[in-house]
Design a protein. Structure first.
Length: 41
């Protein structure tokens, strides 16, 4: 799952030209989601 997240963040940076703060926010949100899912299941 970490690989998929890294690929998505790279896509945002390269293809969508997202700002560093946008990428940071996505990284934090996705990390929180992965932690929640790990604990829930």
């Amino acid at each position: 799952m970490q690989t998929a997240m890294a690929r998505f963040l790279r896509f945002l940076a390269v293809e969508k030209n997202a700002s560093p703060l946008t990428i940071k926010s996505y990284r934090e949100d996705l990390t929180a989601l992965l932690e929640y899912l790990t604990e829930a299941y």
